[in-house]
Design a protein around this ligand. Structure first.
Ligand SMILES: Nc1ncnc2c1ncn2[C@@H]1O[C@H](COP(=O)(O)OP(=O)(O)OP(=O)(O)O)[C@@H](O)[C@H]1O
Length: 757
């Protein structure tokens, strides 16, 4: 058999190696290029020939996959296929191999997670996305699918409910799919209708199945009505094996025979196809129905992708070689012999050397892990960072011991946080000093320096709350500058030197009002930090004309102010916690509601099955199946009770949130009233409602709403990506497999008259 470049261009052969606990690498080797497989010559395995130099058969492939993810396999096998299909070429993707070697896993894998889905669901998604794209580009694309199962001489249409046995290949139905969801539904239903071997630990298919996409494309702007047609077949071939092998003990000889026959017939067909004789046209009609069905798609211009599956164990060696030969035959390449020249002494030395290197590298890796991950703070989550920050603060307040701090936190991060606190404290002090200077120096514009301070303050602290506090402090200074006497000259002056500042301070000392202010400033300095944060917390933006009044108020009524703030803060924190719990419980309620829905569906199905059996006159069906119904009903009642309890819990959480929010509101109002009363007494006029001031940042409801919106945005983002919608559909349709299998079983029981409940 000759191989030509043209053949190689269209056909690609891949192999996937089944991962086993004990891999027999002495018998099978893969070259570093991941393309060449060496497999030990079987003849040498006889005891009498053990002493001979090991000889291997060399098989060239397009890629060998070992321990690769499903996505990597799809990306490796499929990329050019869809491009070619979109240009109107037929394509065949086929998985073949030994029983239980992972064919169905590669092709469909519908029983596991969405991320681990196989080639077929991925192709369905990509084709339907391609269709959507093509429609945008003035192209009309129609996709129909068919799904059929082939055994030795019978054909089942998997898109038809039982009985789905066909006599004519032309009767295989095609259904139009418009969305990925439609395609998934067809795939899952078909999977449930397939024939499985009984007694297997996993769903072992005893027949070959073909899922076909029939694609029709038409360019809307073309004058002539040319329609491009092509097909993409995805085939999961029946497992081939040797009777008596451990991997197929659960199969009966007929099933093993049918799998082997399908492989042999395909082999024959490809022999004829590759030998450039037109015989394959007639042979197609004579071989099995699967080859007949593939019909015109089995031609040289078709894009073929064969994914062979092999197992590396002594018992499976024979079948593995047979699979590799099958691959070599359809790939159009011939295996060659290769003598592995291994000097045993050298080999031993090499192994010792490699072991030493490995130990050294492991040690190096360990040191790297220690030394290179110094900046642990970067990889910390916000929550963990906040927790460490709190712990450090508790340590500073002598609430916990040094030992506890060291036990709870990573010392590097704790030190970093201490550094931040010191830096922040320094900045606050600088700002205090600057505010005194700016008070004594009316000409100076503070906007520039404020911006710098603001920037450094922001970068110095991870918490956004502290950012707001610092910004608020600097803003206040900016605004207080604005209300200074109008004789102040704007901006251009540079920052005064220490000497100048000192001399100016002495001038200020002569002004009694300013001295008073300075004294008050000093008096307050110890409690300034907390008061500033409280201002930000409760009052937010203070109108410029009220700033002085506000400062006076916080000095003179410090105790009352601190009391109100304390209550507010405690309740705000409690409201936040309660709100988080509320959101969590709400999520749980959604989960329980879904469970209730599922049980309702199950109950409906159970009822339907009973009615179906009764309609078919099954004796005793009522008793046995009503037991199942009872079970489902019990589950449903339990879930409904859980739902009621959960609703109560959610309501309780809601009430708790409301209580704390109301207290916060009351405290805010009390503070407002107190401030206004103070102004009334001091200036004989209220300063107005500070709540209405623009930029009021921390309203308790806003805080909660922000959290809520964030949560909602996250949920929307998560749900709205096409990938997630597909994942949801994938999970939703998993139940279809079981439902279809149950229906099929019921039908078969009825058909055989075995129902003996
Ligand atoms: N690469 C792999 N990694 C992990 N598990 C695998 C792998 N390949 C197969 N399996 C597991 O081995 C079992 C058999 O796989 P699968 O059903 O895909 O084999 P098959 O070749 O289609 O078998 P059959 O011919 O009997 O239908 C399954 O439980 C599957 O999850």
């Amino acid at each position: 058999m000759k191989s030509t470049m043209a053949e190689r261009k269209y056909t690609k052969i891949y192999f996937r190696i089944f991962p086993m606990e004990k891999m027999l690498w002495d018998y099978l080797k893969i070259l570093d290029d991941h393309r060449t497989i060496y497999i030990r010559c079987l003849q040498q395995l006889a005891k009498s020939k053990e002493h001979m130099m090991p000889t291997f058969w060399t098989f060239r492939t397009d890629c060998v996959f070992f321990q690769n993810t499903q996505k990597q396999i799809y990306d490796g096998v499929m990329p050019e296929v869809l491009d070619n299909v979109s240009q109107g070429h037929d394509a065949v993707v086929m998985a073949y191999g030994q029983t239980g070697s992972g064919k169905s896993l590669t092709i469909s894998d519908l029983h596991n997670r969405y991320e681990d889905r196989g080639i077929l669901p991925r192709v369905a998604s990509d084709l339907l996305h391609m269709k959507a794209e093509a429609t945008k580009n003035n192209m009309k694309v129609c996709i129909q699918v068919s799904y059929a199962e082939f055994s030795r001489s019978t054909v089942n249409d998997l898109l038809k409910p039982c009985p789905n046995h066909l006599h004519n290949l032309k009767d295989i139905v095609k259904i139009k799919v418009k969305t990925v969801e439609d395609a998934f539904k067809a795939i899952f239903k078909g999977e449930g209708r397939k024939t499985f071997s009984e007694n297997s630990r996993y769903p072992s298919h005893s027949c070959s199945s073909i899922f076909t996409f029939h694609i029709y494309m038409k360019k809307l702007e073309m004058q002539e009505n040319a329609i491009r047609k092509c097909k993409l077949h995805v085939i999961d071939l029946a497992g081939a094996d040797s009777i008596g092998n451990f991997s197929c003990l659960f199969k009966n000889p007929q099933e093993v025979g049918a799998g082997n026959l399908a492989k042999t017939q395909l082999e024959q067909f490809f022999l004829v196809l590759c030998s450039n004789i037109p015989e394959h046209i007639r042979i197609k009609q004579r071989l099995n129905p699967m080859i007949q069905y593939l019909g015109d798609s089995l031609k040289k211009a078709t894009i073929f992708r064969f994914v062979g599956h092999i197992r590396v164990s002594r018992e499976d060696l024979l079948v593995t070689i047979s699979m590799l030969r099958f691959g070599e035959l359809i790939g159009g390449l011939k295996a060659t012999k290769y003598e592995l020249r291994v000097d045993k002494a050298v080999k031993h030395e090499q192994v010792i050397d490699l072991q030493k290197q490995l130990t050294k590298l492991k040690l190096e890796n360990k040191y790297n892990a220690i030394l290179m991950h110094q900046d642990l703070a970067k990889s910390l989550s916000g929550e963990r960072f906040a927790h460490i920050e709190r712990t450090v603060n508790e340590y500073l307040q002598n609430k916990i011991t040094q030992l506890t701090l060291l036990n709870v936190c990573d010392i590097n991060i704790a030190l970093e946080i201490l550094k931040m606190i010191c830096k922040k404290f320094e900045e606050e002090k600088t700002m205090e000093r600057d505010s005194v200077v700016s008070a004594t120096k009316p000409k100076r514009s503070s906007s520039g320096s404020n911006k710098v301070q603001q920037k450094s303050a922001r970068s110095s602290h991870k918490s956004s709350m502290s950012d707001k506090m610092i910004k608020r402090t600097t803003d206040e200074k900016g605004t207080s500058d604005k209300v200074r006497p109008s004789s102040a000259k704007p901006s251009k002056e540079k920052v005064p030197s220490v000497h100048e500042t000192a001399s100016k301070r002495s001038k200020i000392a002569s002004s009694t009002s300013l001295i008073k202010q300075q004294v008050a400033e000093k008096r307050r300095s110890s409690s300034r930090l907390s008061l500033r944060s409280n201002e930000a917390l409760l009052m937010g933006h203070i109108p410029p004309e009220s700033t002085e009044a506000w400062n006076l108020y916080t000095q003179e009524r410090q105790d009352e102010y601190a009391r109100l703030v304390e209550i507010y803060k405690t309740n705000e924190a409690a409201a936040k916690v309660a709100y988080k719990t509320y959101l969590k419980e709400l999520g749980n309620l959604r989960g329980i509601t879904c469970r209730v829905e599922k049980h309702r569906n199950d109950l409906f199905m159970a009822k339907m099955t009973r009615e179906f059996q009764q309609a078919m006159g099954q004796e005793g069906a009522r008793i046995v199946l009503s037991n199942y119904e009872k079970c489902v009903l019990k589950e449903l009642q339990k879930s409904e009770q859980d739902q009621v309890d959960q609703q109560d819990l959610v309501l309780k959480c809601q009430v708790e949130v409301k209580t704390h929010v109301n207290i916060c509101k009351e405290q805010k109002k009390a503070l407002n009233d107190d401030f206004n009363a103070f102004c009334e007494a001091k200036y004989h006029a209220p300063v107005g409602d500070v709540e209405s001031s623009e930029g009021m940042p921390l309203n308790i409801e806003d805080v909660l709403q922000e959290e809520d919106e964030e949560e909602e945005i996250k949920v929307c983002e998560v749900l709205e990506t096409p990938e997630d919608l597909e994942a949801e559909a994938f999970e939703k349709f998993k139940d279809l497999i079981e439902i279809e299998q149950r229906k099929k079983k019921l039908y078969e029981m009825k058909h055989r008259g075995w129902l003996t409940y």
